[in-house]
Design a protein around this ligand. Sequence first.
Ligand SMILES: Nc1nc2c(ncn2[C@@H]2O[C@H](COP(=O)(O)OP(=O)(O)O)[C@@H](O)[C@H]2O)c(=O)[nH]1
Ligand SMILES: [Mg+2]
Length: 192
Amino acid sequence: MKYESFVFETSFGVAAQLGASDVPEIAFAGRSNVGKSSLLNRLLGRKNLARVSSVPGKTATINFFKGDGVRFVDLPGYGYAKTSRDEKKRWASLMEHYFTSGRPIRLVVQLTDMRHPITADDRTMLDFLEQSGIPYLVVMTKADKLNKTETQNRLEKINEELAPYHPISVLCFSALKGTGVPELKLAIENAL
Ligand SMILES: Nc1nc2c(ncn2[C@@H]2O[C@H](COP(=O)(O)OP(=O)(O)O)[C@@H](O)[C@H]2O)c(=O)[nH]1
Ligand SMILES: [Mg+2]
């Protein structure tokens, strides 16, 4: 796949704006600040295509990036403590519309911060993915922030944490160093 050919297509903040999709989609989900924009930039070989935000929780929109016969979907982040009730409602409505409007979603890339145990919100998302029947991958971000021992411990723990779930695989990823990029690309291409 030509990752360098992806362009920013559009950004939606309101569920009603979501139309149908004509091409297969790969969606990226995770809590706010988990490193989703950084992962997308790394994958697409661009410095700032998916804006890397320094203000967590600010980007509650669905962002679409279109490549050759495929679309990458940057889902709104969740789990930001200061989010208002109205914002949470809007988030839920956006997500629900995205997942229930019959779009050809081939894979969800579910991100989790490698430094921490998976959160309650991560579990809610994983429960939803299990129910949906959509194939999904768990990607542990910011792998460069852990040393060897910490990495080993985290890998053991994540297997326990994910015991109730059935992701197609679990990858370590670093947007900084490029760890996991070939594995993630392979998983995406296999899903398409
Ligand atoms: N060290 C390190 N920092 C990262 C990595 N990925 C993201 N970050 C940092 O984490 C913060 C949030 O990243 P961002 O991509 O905006 O997260 P998003 O809110 O999920 O889109 C930023 O300060 C990034 O520079 C990574 O792989 N390694
Ligand atoms: Mg982002």
